[in-house]
Write a protein that binds this ligand. Structure first.
Ligand code: SAH
Length: 402
């Protein structure tokens, strides 16, 4: 990889940080550093030593953020040369081998920290790859990383996405740039569980699609036969298409964004060859879901299955309590719209709200509704979105039958 400046950047860390890093946690915070051999540049390799001056690990240095080093390797001394990076990617790809058949060609190839690539996500949509970078530490070695990806993952084009916080310091790289293959404005179409979806890899949320909800969508399909389904916070209609294929009588998409509702309409149009999808009544409602659910509870409208999958309601720790209350409120309004034997599927993608806090809020709302209910199941991360440390555990869902 990049020739590292000599002498190498060496850090000594607090006893507490030593233990945390040894346990496999990928972040070293600035206030845990006891000693630093010299100033470091963004993205250079930092070698971490323990109190006895023994090698502890190696990671990517960030002089600007509270997360000062993002770990790449912990354990025995190791040189991170090109062969190491190649092997690192092979191991990441191997974890997905045999997870998907030919009916699914859109999935996550690399899930950041939990795959050993802190702040780097790689998603595949058929022959298009979308590489999303959440920290500037990757920028100095981005070209080499893309070369290594190209050696191992066949594709026609690779789109670069940059999180908002690094977009203005990434030059010569730019948000939405095609790093490989000819740039195109044509939407990418890929298959998930045999359903076609269009994705906007250049401008879409995250890398264009919520691949993390695949398993929940499959479960919703299995629960939808004969039901009137409401998909609240529907985005491009992921849950809706599965519900329709599962035999839903009708599916209502509810989203605040017309752009999202239009994408869902196009996704329905792409799948009319499935008789169940063409036979399902599909309707869109453009509204704030919190208001709509609240006001609709007073009208005769009702559903047999409601999916609630809002965006993160706690983007920072200080919003946690308010988010827990909002999850409870959402569930309460949705339960009021559920017919007898109706099913509520409530999801949370807020990393700052823990699994027990979220499940507790939804169970509480169900108990307060005074309707008898049973808990069908709870779910977490999809298999291609592994989670290896607590902060990465953001996705949770609960299925309740009333
Ligand atoms: N369930 C989707 C992903 C949902 S992403 C899937 O499986 O693909 C969250 C969606 O909520 C986005 O489409 C966003 O436009 C929408 N949204 C955000 N705030 C909203 C609000 N107050 N009311 C309705 N929709 C909202």
């Amino acid at each position: 990889m990049n020739p590292e400046s000599t002498p190498s950047l060496k850090l000594r860390v607090s006893q507490k940080a030593e233990t945390i890093l040894r346990s496999g946690h990928p972040w070293l915070f600035s206030d845990s550093i006891r000693d630093q051999s010299r100033p470091g540049a963004v993205g250079e390799l930092a070698i971490i030593y323990d109190r006895k001056d023994c090698f502890l690990g190696i990671g990517l240095f960030d002089p600007d953020g509270p997360i000062r080093v993002r770990m790449l390797h912990t354990g025995k001394p190791q040189k991170l040369d090109r062969a190491w990076w190649q092997q690192h990617l092979t191991a990441t790809l191997d974890r997905r081998r045999n997870l998907f058949d030919a009916h699914t060609n859109g999935y996550r190839l690399c899930n950041g920290e939990s795959d050993g690539w802190p702040g780097l996500v790689l998603d595949r949509y058929d022959t298009t790859l979308v590489l999303k970078i959440y920290t500037a530490v990757w920028l100095p070695r981005l070209n080499e990383i893309v070369e290594i990806i190209a050696e191992q993952v066949p594709h026609e084009r690779l789109i670069l996405r940059l999180s908002r916080n690094i977009q203005d310091k990434a030059l010569p790289f730019t948000e939405g740039q095609f790093l490989r293959g000819a740039a195109t404005t044509e939407p990418v179409v890929f298959l998930e569980s045999g359903i076609l979806f269009e994705v906007d890899g250049v401008r879409g949320q995250k890398t264009g699609f919520y691949l993390d909800q695949r398993e929940n969508r499959r479960l919703v399909e299995s629960l939808s036969a004969g039901r009137r389904v409401l998909n609240a916070f529907s985005f491009s209609g992921g849950f809706s298409l599965y519900a329709a294929r599962g035999g839903a009588v009708s599916v209502t998409d509810l989203d605040i964004s017309q752009h999202a509702l239009d994408a869902a309409n196009r996704n329905f149009a792409l799948n009319l060859h499935h008789p169940a999808i063409s036979g399902c009544v599909h309707e869109s409602v453009k509204a704030d879901a919190f208001d709509w659910l609240n006001s609709t509870a007073a009208t005769p409208r009702s559903f047999d299955l409601i999916v609630l999958d809002p965006p993160s309601l706690a983007r920072r720790e200080t919003e946690r309590a308010q988010a827990i209350r909002a999850y409870g409120r959402l569930a309460r309004s949705a339960i009021e719209l559920l017919r007898p034997k109706g099913i509520l599927v409530a999801c949370s993608c807020s990393a700052h709200v823990s699994t027990p806090e979220f499940l507790g809020a939804v169970r509480d709302a169900a108990t307060k509704s005074a309707r008898p209910f049973t808990e069908l199941q709870t779910t977490g991360h999809a298999t291609d979105h592994p989670v290896t440390f607590p902060e990465a555990n953001y996705l949770k869902a609960i299925y309740l039958s009333f």
